[in-house]
Design a protein around this ligand. Structure first.
Ligand code: 6PG
Length: 258
């Protein structure tokens, strides 16, 4: 399989709201294209706080029927080791801001059980669900139509944190790991699964992400090597990085019109 790693498409918008709308528009375009071409769309949602406004915006437009939710399979990029009804759960956040408001069948929503007694078994089981539902690409790896990601101030993405074992995982597609900096365990997709996707969108907003965003977008590889999100490089897919001006303020990138 030839690698056709394309350079990321980087968009800077003046505000977080405009960055969110930009991602919402791209989300809708990708989903509609996937459903038109293949009759379905497989998406992995991001957690954290940044995508909350995005999910609310997607839910708000549901009556425009501009997203064929009945043909979408929803997965998650990572999950905290809490029950699904816990306020810290990424599934809970997506459910309350989006999934409760769109016409998607519950059996097409696949939360991670990151609070299971045996997290490795749970991760393996999640991987099997991904392999069963998400069609494989040329590489034989399940090829998501879209994986949404955020980035922490330390450069982590999904729950791929700096200096953790999962960063180097080359075979398994979903793992659970203890994250020392959090003192907690997390379940997360790995780079083989992320980089097999057709589209990856990385949404980064806020002044607190300025330093790590500058490192991520630096031409200097030594700046990027400590940033896990810098390893997001779809092999035969497209990476779009969307920032607001505060997150991009340490780069030479200027905001464009919405
Ligand atoms: C999580 C997310 C994580 C998130 C970053 C950024 O479980 O926390 O999946 O990867 O994207 O931590 O989080 P914020 O959007 O809250 O800054």
């Amino acid at each position: 399989m030839t690698s056709t790693k394309s350079t990321p498409d980087v968009r800077v918008l003046a505000t977080a709201a405009q960055a969110t709308t930009t991602v919402a528009r791209l989300f809708k375009k990708i989903v509609n294209e996937a459903v038109r071409m293949r009759g379905e769309c497989t998406v992995a949602l991001a957690g954290g706080t940044t995508p909350h406004a995005l999910y609310q915006e997607l839910a708000a437009h549901v009556f425009d029927a501009d997203v064929p939710w009945q043909h979408v399979e929803v997965f998650f990029g990572d999950e905290r080791n809490v029950p699904h009804d816990h306020v810290e759960s990424n599934y809970h956040m997506a459910q309350r801001s989006l999934l409760d408001y769109v016409p998607i069948s519950p059996d097409r929503v696949h939360p991670m059980s990151a609070d299971a007694d045996d997290l490795q078994v749970a991760a393996n089981e999640y991987e099997q669900i991904v392999r069963r539902i998400v069609p494989a690409g040329e590489s034989g790896i399940p090829q998501f139509d879209l994986i949404l990601l955020g980035m922490g101030g330390d450069g982590h993405t999904a729950s791929l944190f700096p200096h953790t074992e999962a960063l180097g995982e080359a075979e398994r597609l979903v793992v659970s790991q203890h994250v020392p900096v959090l003192g907690r365990s997390r379940m997360t997709v790995t780079f083989p699964l992320i980089n097999a996707a057709r589209h990856v969108i990385l949404l980064v907003t806020g002044d607190d992400k300025a330093e790590v965003a500058a490192g991520l977008l630096s031409d200097d590889p030594t700046q990027r090597e400590e940033i896990p999100a810098a390893s997001v490089a779809p092999t035969d897919g497209k990476l779009t990085i969307v920032l607001d001006s505060p997150a991009a303020r340490q780069t030479d990138l200027k905001a464009t019109e919405l």
